[in-house]
Design a binder for this molecule. Structure first.
Ligand SMILES: Cc1cc2nc3c(=O)[nH]c(=O)nc-3n(C[C@H](O)[C@H](O)[C@H](O)COP(=O)(O)OP(=O)(O)OC[C@H]3O[C@@H](n4cnc5c(N)ncnc54)[C@H](O)[C@@H]3O)c2cc1C
Ligand code: SF4
Ligand code: SF4
Length: 942
């Protein structure tokens, strides 16, 4: 390992090329960015955020003279320890997201930072998808999917990255570049790297000339196998360039960097039917799996008794599983086809096979996608559900083995025996039975040395069983990583292992690329650097650090992602418990204030993709609350008690700024505001030219008509944001309440405000800053006012700001029918209005609360009824403005919306949303003007 002074010199060198914010060496982010989903912990010495191919080349060429290795990282969802390092971590940061569909969807060109699910969303219009289908597809990136040769429930051995690869752009250890899809590049590479190509040719000839080795390779790839390098490349191809690109698949970043990949896509069958079959024991189930192979099934997933128990109380679980015997298990079977007729034929074929199998209940195939999805959700949630019910402090280990289908029953039975023998009674077995691929999950406590010992002897026996007795693969799809590196030779034998070493030597003689992964001479590497998951806070203790939450987080590119917030908080709590007060601990705690606490938008979007439902924003709100001084608590209470007055003061401030802008000009006002912000120590928020002016007084309303009137009665609650902030500086903008009232009147509504409106707010602004009690108090006051105004729920309530509505819907009694702007428009107004779609393209922004309330489709429908073309950009996440946080930390908003401008269609000038402050943030970074969705409705209605 290079000395710390070498790392320092390297850093200086890299500073000449990379912007300093993309070179990370502070202890907090080294730890946080270094974490992946595996149970290994290595802390990098330096993290480099890479944005372009030329940066990768530069990095590799700079590292070489120092002899310092690099590990590349895509989404960090790997489970075998292949994306952690104690050297340099090269992070696929911003960028790498280009995606091009060709040949009517039959091929797709992808940069390595594209998330698998995103590629599939783009291909859906062509009825196609990428072949590899790991369960992590909505988080994992193409670089990691290809470099791990990841696969899942349907792809088998025919549709993985290896089989569906068309061409690849790759950067090798010396910085040389090869685009295997370009003749010029291939020719140039043949000139510049004859050593590598000739070396590969020689290896291929060596294998071809060795029938025993050839036979072994053929046999091993009949089943799923990601142990070691893809040796089949040496047999399947003669052209050394094709050998090279196929060796890259499954090479886990140890042979080169995948800068682009072109896949042949596969059809996505539109018609599916799913059945949940129950069996007395594993032998019966595995016999059925063998009988089903080749008989019209697309996927067959096995779940053992312990697995069934872990999901039996979840919605969608068939009732009958609660009363099963101790040895029972289930198969989830799916038939898929491109037409209903074909599906029905396939299903009949499967049903015929099942007649002769010992099912506990007759097969009941479901064709309703909702029912099928519910069953698949149970299966996909197994790993996290087991992880979430583990003892706090213990680790969740998942293994991934495969055997010939004929040996499946023996594998399952023997694994159960091993669990009993080694005391892992709660271990769960599940997996892609059709492929002979089983996963097993258990939760040892690696804090105890005897637990490490137990794991060691258990794994030794598993390897003996799978690689020895059953001649299977020790890693079917998760990659070798560090976890199986000591057993590669055991599985493959001496000769094949020597071949793998030669491959590594040819590609990376200086061992600069992810050393220690796949091949490792240390027989105990799988037992070293085990990751602690110490107790930290009940809100996050169930976190398994899978990383599924990162994709939606607005602060992930600026400071920390939810997983990284959790990892860092765990470490800080552990340091605190140990009484550790050294320089590192102090630096980390200080850095957490900004990276962890201040720059979290507390929007809770992380919970929407977390398999165990963790809302990291809740932890951050709690920490904000604990960090509040008595003085700021008093201030918050004063504001809450005098909300009308406080709003008036704010409006006066905004009006003064507006006046100042008109009289003194934008520059002077900006300077004055900056000075005021500085002098007040940040207590006066930063003003900027695009902030809305002061809101005018609310328009008065007429008397409520008699309840029998045909008008739709509605209680309109304008949020305190819309009562304080007026229109944006855009001359066509109007105050939100004016527009809402205009639309409500056009729709034939009779409108009332809640009593003492000026004093009311939902309390979210207090809650998100950590004044939980004050927030609760304001919510209670609002509840009382709405009780009166709605005659205890007789009249629906409309609030004009989605984040406030989300809080009200979640926290207020259900009999107060509170509606979000999108929900209210969709349910009540669309049918009451005469709409004439505008001749324009409009962009819609579903704010986080709209997403959490599941109203995105309704928003799109409203847009389509009001304009010729309405678009929600793919991947539209949180805008990061987060109430007023975008004023204090504008960089959060800027980072969250980086790239939005490019997603705006050329003919689009206007965007619409349902939160005033989000609109301010969106205006800043889109190049178009955002307004309330009510403005769109008002413009399109008579
Ligand atoms: C809950 C859960 C379920 C999972 N289910 C499955 C499953 O069903 N099937 C499955 O196969 N896996 C599964 N995985 C494992 C993992 O998600 C996949 O292997 C995934 O493809 C990894 O992608 P990633 O973007 O996270 O890659 P990373 O973890 O970031 O990296 C993976 C490897 O690729 C290397 N790498 C990354 N980018 C590049 C690049 N551009 N060039 C060269 N090397 C690169 C890294 O160094 C590393 O060795 C699961 C993981 C979790 C947490
Ligand atoms: S918070 Fe949830 S999604 Fe995020 S890493 Fe933890 S378990 Fe995974
Ligand atoms: S609440 Fe939002 S900003 Fe905070 S961690 Fe979760 S997704 Fe990220």
């Amino acid at each position: 390992m290079a000395s710390s002074s070498s790392f320092q010199e390297l850093l200086e060198d890299l500073r000449r090329f990379f912007p300093s914010e993309r070179l990370i060496n502070d202890p907090l982010r080294l730890l946080a960015y270094g974490t992946d989903a595996s149970f290994y912990r290595l802390i990098p010495k330096l993290v480099v955020k890479l944005e372009t191919e030329s940066e990768v080349i530069h990095l590799l060429q700079t590292l070489a003279p120092y002899g310092i290795p690099v590990t590349f990282r895509a989404a960090g969802t790997s489970l075998s320890g292949q994306s952690v390092t104690d050297s340099v971590l090269g992070l696929l940061a911003w960028g790498w997201k280009d995606c091009r569909i060709e040949d009517e969807g039959r091929t797709i060109v992808l940069q390595p930072g594209v998330i698998g699910g995103q590629a599939n969303r783009m291909l859906a219009a062509y009825g196609r998808k990428i072949g590899p289908d790991p369960a992590s597809i909505h988080s994992a990136m193409i670089g990691g999917i290809a470099a791990n040769n990841a696969s899942g429930m349907c792809c088998g051995t025919d549709q993985n990255s290896y089989r569906t690869l068309k061409s690849m752009r790759v950067v090798l250890a010396d910085g040389s570049l090869l685009d295997t899809g370009s003749t010029e590049s291939r020719d140039a590479f043949a000139e510049s790297r004859p050593d590598l190509l000739e070396g590969l040719k020689r290896l291929s000839e060596q294998v071809r000339g060795n029938p025993e080795l050839s036979e072994l390779i053929h046999r091993k790839y009949k089943i799923k196998n990601t142990t070691g390098y893809s040796l089949n490349a040496l047999l399947d191809f003669e052209d050394p360039i094709e050998i090279l690109e196929h060796l890259m698949i499954g090479s886990e970043g140890t042979l080169g960097f995948i800068a682009e990949i072109t896949y042949h896509t596969v059809p996505e069958p539109a018609f599916k039917s799913t059945a949940f079959l129950l069996f007395l024991n594993l032998v019966e189930a595995c016999t059925t799996v063998a009988a089903l192979r080749g008989k019209g099934v697309q996927a067959v997933e096995l779940i053992d008794r312990t697995g069934l128990r872990s999901v039996e109380n979840q919605p969608g679980t068939p009732e009958s599983i609660r009363n099963l015997g101790d040895d029972a298990c289930a198969l989830l079977v799916e038939c898929a086809a491109e037409s209903k007729k074909e599906r029905s034929l396939k299903q009949t074929e499967v049903e015929k096979v099942l007649v002769d199998c010992n099912l506990l209940e007759p097969a009941d195939f479901r064709t309703d996608p909702k029912e099928s999805d519910a069953l698949w959700k149970l299966r996909k949630g197994l790993f996290p559900s087991v992880g979430s019910v583990r003892e706090t402090g213990s680790t969740v280990v998942i293994e991934d083995v495969a055997v010939q289908i004929e040996s499946l029953a023996e594998l399952a039975g023997s694994l159960q025996q091993l669990f009993r023998k080694h005391g892992y009674e709660k271990a769960v077995i599940f997996g892609h039975a059709l492929e002979g691929n089983l996963h097993f999950v258990f939760t040892p406590d690696f804090n105890l040395p005897e637990e490490v010992k137990r794991y060691e002897s258990f794994m030794d026996e598993v390897c003996e069983l799978v690689a020895g007795k059953l001649a299977g693969s020790l890693k079917a799809e998760h990659g070798t990583g560090r976890n199986m590196a000591p057993f590669v030779e055991k599985e493959w034998g001496r000769e094949a292992y020597a071949l793998m070493k030669k491959i590594k030597q040819l590609f990376d003689p200086e061992e600069l690329l992810n050393p220690g992964v796949i091949l490792n001479d240390n027989p105990r590497v799988h037992l070293e650097n085990l990751k602690p998951l110490p107790e930290a806070d009940p809100i996050i203790d169930k976190c398994i650090e899978c990383g599924f939450c990162e994709v939606h987080c607005p602060s992930r590119d600026l400071s920390l992602s939810p997983r990284q917030r959790i990892t860092a908080w765990r470490e800080l709590k552990q340091l605190e418990r140990n009484g550790n007060d050294d320089e590192r601990a102090k630096k980390m705690a200080l850095a957490y204030q900004y990276s962890g606490i201040e720059t979290c938008a507390t929007d809770g979007l992380c919970a929407t993709s977390c398999p165990v439902g963790i809302d990291t924003g809740k932890l951050i709100k709690k920490l904000r609350m604990e960090g509040q001084s008595p003085w700021s608590r008093r201030q918050a209470n004063w504001i809450a008690d005098h909300l009308g007055g406080a709003s008036k003061i704010a409006r006066t401030g905004l009006a003064v700024a507006q006046l100042s802008r008109n009289i003194l000009g934008i520059r002077t006002t900006t300077h004055l505001a900056k000075a005021a912000h500085g002098l007040s120590g940040g207590r006066i928020p930063r003003w900027s030219t695009d902030l809305p002016g002061a809101a005018p007084d609310l328009p008065p309303l007429q008397e409520l008509p008699h309840p029998n009137s045909e008008l739709l009665e509605v209680v309109y609650f304008p949020s305190c944001i819309n009562r304080t902030f007026g229109p944006s500086p855009n001359p066509h903008d109007r105050p939100v309440p004016d527009v809402v009232l205009s639309v409500l009147r056009k729709s034939g509504c009779s409108i009332s405000y809640p009593p003492k409106l000026n004093h009311l707010c939902c309390g979210m602004a207090f809650d998100s800053k950590g004044f939980k009690e004050t927030g609760k108090r304001k919510l209670k006051e609002l509840e009382e006012a709405l009780e009166k105004a709605t005659r205890s729920g007789e009249v629906p309530v409309l609030c004009d700001t989605s984040p406030c509505t989300h809080r009200m819907i979640s926290e207020l009694p259900a009999h107060l029918h509170v509606y979000d702007p999108v929900g209210f428009i969709y349910h009540f107004l669309l049918e009451r209005l005469e709409l004439q779609p505008l001749e324009e393209t409009v962009l819609l922004h579903p704010v986080c609360s709209v997403k959490k309330l599941g109203l995105e489709t309704q928003l799109l429908e409203i847009g389509r009824r009001c304009a010729n073309k309405a678009v929600i950009p793919d991947d539209s996440g949180c805008c990061g403005f987060a109430g007023d946080r975008g004023i204090t930390f504008p960089e959060l908003n800027a980072s969250a919306l980086k790239g939005l401008r490019e997603k705006v269609p050329e003919d689009c000038r206007k965007g619409y949303s349902s939160s005033r402050m989000c609109e301010v943030g969106l205006n800043r970074h889109s190049g178009i003007t955002y307004q309330s969705i009510f403005s769109l409705l008002d413009a399109a209605s008579r």
